[in-house]
Design a protein around this ligand. Structure first.
Ligand code: 5GP
Ligand code: ZN
Length: 113
């Protein structure tokens, strides 16, 4: 059975889509932690950032550049935003399909919790 984000990427489960092309999909997080909280995912299943290979370098760049483009489009380019990949248990990864969190719209503390 495909994972949750594979099912969202295939359209089987609905999501509030922000951007889509042949390689990546961006959609609003169902439990937003900031006024803007978008997840940018590869359409192809990759479980964690530990599973990325050299062949995925352009794809990872596309995830990051898509996040930057959405942040700019939503008016947060100059104010600032945060991009996060959580990997495995101690980082709090709950969905094992690589996703880049894009958070913006409030001051984001550092260090994170
Ligand atoms: P993680 O904790 O793995 O880094 O992040 C998973 C994220 O996926 C969480 O922020 C969670 O709110 C979000 N999420 C979980 N299930 C769904 C869903 O069905 N739809 C959407 N849009 N987001 C989800
Ligand atoms: Zn998947």
């Amino acid at each position: 059975m495909p994972c949750l984000f594979c099912r969202i990427a295939s359209g089987e489960i609905p999501a509030s889509k922000v951007y889509e092309d042949t390689d990546v999909l961006a959609f609003n997080d169902i439990n937003p932690q900031a006024p803007l909280h978008v997840l940018i995912v590869p359409k192809r299943h990759i479980a964690t950032t530990n599973d990325l290979t050299e062949a995925d370098e352009a794809l990872v760049g596309k995830l990051v550049r898509t996040a930057a483009a959405i942040a700019a489009q939503e008016g947060y380019g100059e104010r600032g935003y945060r991009t996060v990949f959580n990997c495995n248990a101690e980082a709090g990864q709950t969905v094992f399909h690589v996703h880049l969190h894009l958070l913006a719209g409030r001051p984001l503390a550092w260090p994170p919790g």
